[in-house]
Design a binder for this molecule. Structure first.
Ligand SMILES: Nc1nc2c([nH]c(=O)n2[C@H]2C[C@H](O)[C@@H](COP(=O)(O)OP(=O)(O)OP(=O)(O)O)O2)c(=O)[nH]1
Length: 137
């Protein structure tokens, strides 16, 4: 039997003042679903380099990449996804939507008000604990 396609992505959980940045996909099979910005790592890149590049391409801004928060493995019908989610913060400038159709800053009470991609729902369950939301210096 043919092996299912494996996709590995890095995702930026950009945090600021008790809120996280969520983006709505603007194209493709999962158009209109919400996600953390990011994408596939290219050969030779570290996860941090890939994230900084993707955020520059998608949001025209610089981020600082912090610790790995969670890695989610999720079986989509057409591929198997491994997604590494990193805590990030904006380093300079505000995000500009170059590829996404919308974005929102969500606080803890608003997290489930958007329709997250299935893998992201798992990531959020893993991350949504008090430690995640307590302020970091
Ligand atoms: N970037 C990103 N992708 C995600 C998330 N959750 C999730 O299931 N995915 C899936 C959707 C995509 O099918 C897959 C690859 O993401 P991608 O951003 O590189 O996808 P893409 O369709 O833009 O890829 P490409 O055309 O640039 O090759 O990962 C997420 O939070 N962020």
């Amino acid at each position: 039997m043919e092996q299912k396609k494996q996709i590995e992505v890095v995702a930026a959980v950009i945090c600021e003042a008790g809120r996280v940045f969520a983006t709505q996909r603007g194209y493709g099979e999962w158009k209109d679903w919400w996600e953390f910005p990011g994408g596939k790592m290219e050969a030779g890149e570290t996860p941090e380099e890939a994230l900084r590049r993707e955020i520059c391409e998608e949001l025209a801004t610089e981020i600082e990449v912090g610790p790995l928060l969670t890695t989610v493995d999720y079986d989509y019908p057409k591929f198997h996804l491994t997604m590494h989610c990193f805590r990030c913060r904006l380093a300079s400038g505000r995000p500009t939507l170059l590829e996404h159709e919308a974005a929102r800053w969500l606080d803890r009470t608003e997290l489930s008000t958007v329709c997250w991609l299935p893998a992201d729902k798992v990531a959020i369950e893993n991350m949504d604990h008090d430690g995640f939301w307590s302020p970091i210096p």
